[in-house]
Every structure is written in C-alpha cells, then in structure tokens.
Design a protein around this ligand. Structure first.
Ligand code: IPE
Ligand code: MG
Length: 273
C-alpha cells in the first residue's frame, strides 16, 4: 500500500481530523514518560511483535475470526509472562493497527472488547509482576470506557520496572511521525534525538529503539509498525500463526537474534581492527 493521505485517510480518518491533531488528543506526557529514542534504561532488549495470523488460524479450523483473536489474546498473556525471564525489558505488541478500521466494524469492536477485558483482568497481575503498561496509538477513536480503562491501567502500573509492556492500539507509525513533524516546527534544538523526544510524546509510551522485530503468520512486512524505532532492528519472521506462538518460539527468536552481528553500518567486528 503506497502512501497517499487522500486515499489512506478516507473513511475512518478524514484529513480534517489529521491536521491539526484531534482536539481530544491527550496532553503531552511528563518528561519522565517521554523517553527519547534511546535504548531502554537498564539491561534487556526491546522486542516488538507483529502478532499476525489470528484470522487464518481460526478459519483454518472452521472457527469464526473472533475465536482467533480470543486465542491470540491467550498467546499474548504467555509471551508477556515469559518476556522478562528471557531478557526482554520492553515488549511492544501490535494489537490493533489504524489500518484495521477497514475491517468489518464487528471484528474491530470485538478486538477492542478483548483489549478492554485484558486491561480489566490483568492490571492487578501486572502490578504484582512489576509490569508497566503503556498504550501507544490514537485514543480518540476508541470507546470512552476503554479510554478510561487505559488511563486507569497506566496509572496503576506506572511504577513497574521489570517489563515495559506497550500495546499498540489504533496505531500507525506513519501517522505518529507525521504528527511529530507537525509539532517539530516549535522545537528550537533540531536533532534526531529531539525529534525522537517529540515522537515519544505524540503517542506516549516512549519511543525506544527496537532491537528485535518478530512477525508471526508468515507475512514479511512491517505494516506501518514502529517505522522510526526499527531503523536498526533485526527482523525474525515466523510462519506460525500468533495463537500458536509460545515462550519457546520467543526464546528461539532471541537465540537467532543473539547470532546476528549488529554493525549499524559500521564494519563487522572481525574487520573493524
Ligand atoms: C492479527 O491477526 C491480529 C489483528 C490484526 C488484530 P489477523 O486478524 O490479521 O489475522 P490474519 O492475518 O487475517 O490471519
Ligand atoms: Mg493479518
């Protein structure tokens, strides 16, 4: 899909809602929340997952797509549980793309309902487990009750330090970058770092460099996820659909990641002298 605001913003996202930013956009975060584009504080990796394949998982079993999303939510619970002990400090899951508004309304509202259920059921558990939860993405198009649940979960889990769990809901990286660019004209210190800080403010939840990007479900594309943050990410594509993804699969992806030499454009270690 090529970028064309006039086409992409049709329907759910009219251009008039994009520029300027929606009035209902929440206020900018406190400086503590707006991490700049750096590695996460402390040890550990930032793993981002495009959790794809729920629908195909369900239809291949003769089930409605909603069953795939429900089983996918169970997979998310497993992976969130396993992540910290596998050395993951920040985990970003692509729960709902802004592009998903093109799907039937019943499917999208079903996914939003699952997210709401997740927040209500898991917030206390997150607090116990030291998980800090952030939502990245637009909040002005989700139901008000979900918006409130997001705010409550973020406030309740704000002190978690074991894992930063970021759920991307109604998220579009391109839109985030666009909004950051719109805000950037006010910034006097022009640098990639200051742009990263503005980007972190746009959708909140920080904006930290991704180390490893995993996509399940067999497709091999980025689908408008964390475009800026994945500049030097390693990609691992997994054929398994998301509902079948296990902690062992995450571990295998991390092992593959560990074998990659990350030069960031420099020479590999053996040649660097
Ligand atoms: C990913 O699974 C989950 C969401 C987009 C919410 P899909 O729903 O895209 O499943 P497939 O790709 O159609 O199998
Ligand atoms: Mg898909």
């Amino acid at each position: 899909m090529e970028f064309s605001p006039s086409v992409e913003n049709k329907g759910a996202l009219p251009t008039s809602q994009v520029v300027p930013m929606p009035a209902s956009r929440p206020p900018a975060p406190s400086p503590a929340q707006s991490a700049e584009l750096t590695r996460p504080a402390g040890p550990g990796l930032h793993v981002a997952i495009i959790s794809d394949g729920n629908g195909r998982w369900a239809t291949s079993r003769g089930l409605p797509r909603s069953a795939g999303h429900r089983t996918g939510a169970e997979a998310a619970r497993r992976i969130i549980e396993a992540a910290p002990r596998l050395g993951v400090h920040t985990l970003t899951l692509f729960a709902l793309s802004s592009a998903n508004w093109k799907r039937p309304a019943a499917e999208v509202s079903g996914i939003l309902r699952l997210l709401h259920e997740y927040l209500l059921a898991e917030t206390a558990h997150c607090v116990e487990e030291g998980v800090r939860l952030s939502i990245i993405g637009r909040r002005d198009r989700v139901p008000a009750t979900l918006r409130q649940a997001i705010a409550d979960s973020e406030a309740a889990t704000a002190r978690g330090t074991r894992l930063h769990l970021r759920l991307a809901i109604d998220y579009s990286a391109r839109e985030a970058i666009f909004h950051a660019a719109c805000r950037f004209y006010k910034v006097t210190e022009l640098s990639p770092e200051s742009f990263g800080r503005v980007l972190a403010e746009v959708y909140r939840g920080g904006s930290t460099e991704v180390d490893l990007l995993i996509r399940t479900g067999g497709e091999q594309r980025l689908s408008d996820f964390l475009l800026w943050e994945c500049a030097f990410a390693e990609f691992v594509f997994v054929r398994k659909a998301w509902p079948d993804f296990t902690a062992a699969d995450l571990e295998a992806a991390l092992q593959e990641f560990a074998l990659r030499e990350r030069t960031r454009g420099a020479l590999p270690g053996a040649l660097a002298g």
